[in-house]
Design a protein around this ligand. Structure first.
Ligand code: HEC
Ligand code: HEC
Length: 248
């Protein structure tokens, strides 16, 4: 590949420097997207791609395969998109749809995340079995509240996700992936905090979290369908959840 010392040195330097440049470019795009004013019309246009999986309302699915993204914090949405697109968080299902030739650049990211953030949230979401909530509450107060907030509202400045209104199964999966180091973009401090949780602790705290409610003004009225998608053909399993899930 490289015959002379000089060539080799150039190649090695390149191999060392390129990831650094890549890292800086990634951070720059996120900063840029954050600083731009979202164009919601363009955001709506791009959201047609996302709706295929996250549904026109952005509520995901109760089984937690697709998360609710409606109403999530702007900075969190931008960070997760950037992390997925740059393979810093593995999401093979969604990855192709985050590539620049489909999703676009910083302005498009600002636009689609601006659109998603303002969508009203699901009136109901998937919850846990409800049999160990007091234990869950205690754990949440002790280990989570400082970062994720009293109501599970997250934090914009530090890009901490809002957890309220999220489907139980999704929370459970992400939590386990974070705890076991499979979710590579996880917060290192959180990983330390939750590393030794038992199955009981984990299920109890996620059940508690899945029952934290978004503020009423952020929740869609019962029966709301996204009017931006009037002709969307929905298979039966894509119907948004109109009644509380069992146990709620
Ligand atoms: C082909 C299906 C698919 C498409 C299209 C798709 N997503 Fe996703 N998305 C997923 C899946 C599946 C997950 C959860 C992956 C996991 O469990 O880690 C996810 C996760 C996310 C998350 C992380 C949520 C969180 O709280 O951690 C965000 C943000 C997101 N998607 C936004 C979008 C946006 C914006 C678009 C459109 C540009 C989009 N997605 C298109 C399937 C898709
Ligand atoms: C030191 C701060 C901190 C603590 C403590 C913490 N978290 Fe987190 N948590 C974060 C950050 C930051 C992220 C997002 C990391 C990223 O960018 O992927 C996160 C992500 C998550 C996610 C994934 C959310 C999503 O939408 O994908 C879940 C679930 C979660 N935390 C639950 C908890 C629970 C439950 C506790 C307490 C047992 C806890 N966290 C404690 C900072 C924290």
């Amino acid at each position: 590949m490289c015959r002379t010392f000089r060539n080799c040195r150039a190649l090695l330097l390149g191999l060392l420097v390129l990831p650094l440049i890549d890292g800086v470019a990634r951070a720059n795009e996120m900063e840029e997207a954050l600083s731009l004013q979202p164009d919601l019309e363009n955001g709506k246009r791009i959201y047609h791609t996302c709706a295929v999986c996250h549904r026109p309302e952005g509520w995901g699915t109760v089984d937690g395969y697709y998360p609710q993204i409606a109403g999530q914090r702007h900075k969190v949405l931008i960070k997760q998109l950037e992390d997925i697109r740059n393979r810093h968080r593995d999401n093979p299902t969604m990855y192709p749809f985050t590539l620049p030739n489909i999703l676009g650049g910083a302005q498009d990211i600002a636009d689609v995340t601006g659109y998603v953030e303002q969508l009203p949230m699901a009136p109901f979401n998937g919850v846990g079995p409800g049999n160990d909530l007091e234990h869950g509450r205690k754990i949440y107060q002790e280990h989570c509240v400082d970062c994720h907030g009293k109501e599970g509202e997250g934090d914009e400045q530090d890009a901490i996700p809002a957890l309220r209104g999220q489907h139980f199964n999704y929370l459970l999966r992400q939590f386990e992936w974070i705890r076991l180091g499979k979710r590579r973009n996880a917060d290192a401090k959180m990983v330390r905090q939750v590393r030794d949780f038992s199955v009981r602790d984990t299920r109890a705290v996620m059940d508690y979290v899945s029952r934290l409610r978004p503020p009423p003004e952020r929740i869609a009225p019962r029966g709301w369908l996204n009017p931006d998608f009037p002709h969307y053909a929905r298979p039966a399993e894509m119907e948004p959840l109109m009644e509380p899930p069992p146990g709620m």
